[in-house]
Design a protein around this ligand. Structure first.
Ligand SMILES: Nc1ncnc2c1ncn2[C@@H]1O[C@H](COP(=O)(O)OP(=O)(O)O)[C@@H](O)[C@H]1O
Ligand SMILES: Nc1ccn([C@@H]2O[C@H](COP(=O)(O)OP(=O)(O)O)[C@@H](O)[C@H]2O)c(=O)n1
Length: 233
């Protein structure tokens, strides 16, 4: 275990879209009294602001300039967490599938990854945090004390996302949603910078046939076991 951090350990939860990262990070953070850092929301905020500014997803100079002037903050709102971009609550606007696909494009750009990497490390360095994303256990915090790689079949992840979008009134079909999940997987796994991949020391969890509570139990037990190990020095 690395040197003891001020506020506790760092937990990394990586995995593809619809695997359950946000759901489990929120529940596990509440169980442990840890801070939930949704790195995907940070990339989504950059994508939204780049769209508004008319910056092309491959305009590295424009994206670098945008990130230099962008402050992304998380504000607790009861059970939820609001995402603010330069003080504006963008929590809802960043969740559309259109922004999700644009995010997958801009998050492949090196200036965006470098800018958000600095922010994410600053947020989590003292520990007592759970970060969800694609590259937490491989790039952002390779020394995280606990790492999970949460996945599920593309069909199951598409089904989950379809139900989530339908509940929000989105008209996308199940087939379209599965196809978009697979497209985003390919983009995230195939990019040059910080691709989606399982860290060698990550605990893989396939949630295809597991409930959220079953996944939570596995994760909480793994973290608590690590905390006990750490206490033994
Ligand atoms: N193990 C699971 N079984 C059934 N539904 C799940 C499971 N994990 C997550 N979900 C649901 O799937 C949807 C996507 O989950 P989410 O946590 O947003 O995934 P991610 O953050 O990995 O994209 C949500 O509606 C969530 O409630
Ligand atoms: N640490 C991260 C988190 C997200 N992302 C990118 O941001 C996109 C949206 O992330 P997200 O976690 O909000 O998406 P979902 O998994 O919730 O669908 C992903 O498809 C990735 O392209 C990334 O590159 N690195």
């Amino acid at each position: 275990m690395s040197a003891v951090r001020e506020n506790g350990v760092i937990v990394a939860i990586d995995g593809p879209s619809g695997a359950g990262k946000s759901s489990l990070t929120k529940l596990l953070a509440r169980r442990l009294g840890y801070i939930h850092i949704d790195t995907g929301a940070m990339f989504r905020a950059v994508a939204l602001m780049s769209k508004r500014a008319g910056i092309a997803s491959d305009d590295d100079a424009g994206l670098a300039e945008l990130c230099r002037g962008l402050e992304i903050t998380f504000v607790r709102d009861g059970e939820n967490c609001r995402v603010l971009a330069n003080g504006e609550d963008v929590s809802r606007e960043i969740r559309s599938e259109e922004i999700g696909l644009l995010t997958s494009a801009i998050s492949a750009r090196k200036p965006v990854r470098e800018a958000l990497l600095i922010m994410q490390r600053a947020m989590g360095a003292k520990g007592g945090v759970i970060l969800e994303g694609r590259d937490i256990g491989t790039v952002v915090f390779p020394d995280a004390e606990v790492k999970f790689f949460l996945s599920a079949s593309a069909e199951e992840r598409g089904r989950r996302r379809y139900l989530e979008l339908a509940a929000r009134g989105d008209q996308a079909t199940l087939e379209e949603t599965i196809a978009k999940v697979i497209q985003r997987d390919r983009q995230d796994e195939g990019r040059e910078h910080a691709p989606l991949k399982q860290a060698e020391d990550a605990l893989p969890i396939d949630s295809t046939s597991l409930s959220i509570d079953q996944v939570l139990t596995v994760m909480e037990n793994a973290v608590r076991e690590r905390l006990v190990q750490g206490d033994k020095g």
